[in-house]
Design a protein around this ligand. Structure first.
Ligand SMILES: Cc1cc2nc3c(=O)[nH]c(=O)nc-3n(C[C@H](O)[C@H](O)[C@H](O)COP(=O)(O)OP(=O)(O)OC[C@H]3O[C@@H](n4cnc5c(N)ncnc54)[C@H](O)[C@@H]3O)c2cc1C
Length: 468
């Protein structure tokens, strides 16, 4: 019988379905625990204690886009061969559901790895019903992406466009006049060139995508537990010899410690652990001494939370037309139509200058967002630009590019975080890549070696060029 237990609206299989259920507990303490749990349950306390597993092949920290894509890919490939537990601190996904701007797919990238990940993301979304279930409608709608370039960056834009074409992307280079002819409502006076991608760039329903990933992963046997990871158990392994580590001093993480919403504390022993906790990944890495010790543990995982304002101009008059593509402006402001309405959504890619970091929200709107939007779409002049919300991104402070692969010291801890504005669209490719590392021990499709944590040790930043 398929017994399921509802924990905050997400189906979690009950205890009897765990493959690696604890069998290393002293029989006496097991009896005492069962009896005391029984008493606690009788009094309505400790209701979920008996469902918590103590072992798993793979533990995934974070059940957002990336964690769930990893669970999906692992279970699709390995089936019953691998037990997969996802620890997610908020199974209501309140923050994710409130995000309105996620769910844009862009392949117009400069790093080849990002192009390949985006291409696989597009393929996955096109086949969403096949991958996630007949009733999953991710509403993937490609409608074009226009990257604008000022005089200063025309050469760079052309070089990137050539590289993209070599990788199979269908893009066109448009002169300012051609952009004007095609989209007469766009001001091109300060534009030299544009690169237009027509095939896959567009939008999708990110919540339908995430809930489809979670449900399919569960159907395939992944177990989601509503729990917050609070630490790791570390054991000394005296026989491990590693370069840069004093012989006999190696310490290996072997268990994840977590707390349930009713403050119960548990732990799971694992063979491999995937760190996919989005903007909390840097903090969780510290719990494994990453950035808190010396040698290979001396560098922190440079991922932190950064908020971005999302703005809208709501208008009954026609400011834009149906064929308005997504636009990346030379100012770093992105603009897109809000579905079939006449409204425009916009925001800004991360700012790194000290001046912009210290700006108040009001100043940022007045000095950066409003002038850029008015300049590009003159029909918006005089219309009210309204702040809709602030959304949180997992920002890699080192080079803004994602980090994937085993940590150089803790080689049973796989990092999959820091993908920033691409985290959602890249999730299927990241899930497949982690699965390859675990099952095949190396990448077999997209080679993401350059995206490893090691680049920070050798100080080789990987910069994605996204404002021209
Ligand atoms: C304004 C804005 C626009 C964006 N637009 C796009 C877009 O158009 N396309 C795109 O591809 N990406 C976009 N992104 C980025 C994308 O949303 C993120 O990169 C993506 O959410 C990252 O996925 P993730 O799974 O790593 O993190 P998340 O989706 O944040 O998931 C991490 C999960 O870990 C859980 N967690 C955290 N700490 C713990 C803990 N201690 N224990 C257990 N669980 C924990 C969290 O609850 C969360 O559910 C945008 C981001 C912003 C801010």
């Amino acid at each position: 019988m398929n017994i399921t237990k509802i924990i905050r609206g997400v189906r979690v299989p009950a205890a009897g379905l765990f493959r690696n259920y604890s069998n290393d507990v002293n029989p006496l303490s097991r009896t005492v625990r069962v009896v005391t749990n029984g008493i606690a349950e009788f009094f309505g306390m400790n209701k979920t204690a008996s469902v918590y597993p103590t072992h798993a092949d793979i533990v995934i920290i974070g059940g957002g886009y990336i964690g769930s894509a990893v669970a999906h890919a692992l279970k699709t490939r390995a089936g019953e061969g691998l037990s997969v537990i996802v620890l997610e601190k908020d199974l209501t996904y309140r923050e994710v559901r409130n995000n309105i701007s996620h769910g844009t797919l862009i392949r117009n990238c400069s790093l080849p790895e990002n192009i390949e990940l985006a291409s696989y993301g597009a393929e996955f979304l096109r086949k969403a019903r096949e991958n996630l279930g007949e009733d999953v409608d991710v509403q993937y709608t490609p409608y074009g992406f226009l990257m604008l370039a000022s005089e200063r960056y025309t050469e760079k834009l052309e070089q990137t466009a050539v590289q993209q074409r070599e990788m199979g992307l269908k893009n066109e280079i448009l002169s300012a006049n051609e952009i004007q002819e095609r989209f007469p409502w766009i001001n091109t006076s300060d534009i030299k060139l544009g690169s237009m991608c027509l095939e896959t760039e567009g939008v999708f329903n990110s919540w339908a995508f995430l809930s489809g990933l979670i449900r399919k992963s569960q159907d395939l046997g992944a177990i989601y537990i509503n729990a917050e990871v609070t630490g790791f158990e570390i054991e000394k392994q005296r026989d491990v010899l590693m370069e840069g580590v004093e012989p006999g001093s190696f310490e290996r993480i072997c268990k994840v410690l977590y707390k349930t919403p009713d403050n119960e504390e548990h732990s799971i022993k694992f063979a491999a652990c995937i760190l996919a906790a989005g903007n909390k990944s840097g903090e969780i890495a510290k719990l494994a001494k990453i950035g808190n010790s010396d040698g290979l543990l001396s560098l922190p995982l440079p991922i932190e939370k950064r908020g971005y304002g999302i703005y809208a101009i709501c208008d009954e008059d026609r400011m834009t037309h149906l064929n308005t593509p997504l636009i990346m402006d030379t100012s770093g402001v992105w603009l897109r139509k809000d579905g079939l309405t006449n409204n425009l959504l916009c925001g800004h890619v991360p700012f790194t200058s000290e001046e912009s970091k210290n700006m108040s929200e009001e100043e940022f709107l007045k000095k950066i967002i409003e002038p850029s939007v008015n300049n590009r779409f003159p029909l918006t002049i005089g219309k009210k630009l309204k702040k809709l919300t602030t959304e949180m991104q997992d920002y890699n402070t080192y080079d803004e590019t994602g980090i994937i692969g085993p940590h150089p010291y803790h080689n049973n801890l796989y990092i999959a975080a820091g993908f920033g504005k691409y985290g959602c669209q890249h999730a299927p490719g990241i899930g497949r890549a982690i699965t390859e590392l675990i099952i095949d021990s190396h990448y077999t499709t997209i080679d993401l070696t350059r995206f490893s944590f090691d680049r920070i040790f050798i100080n080789e930043p990987l910069i994605e060029f996204d404002v021209y």
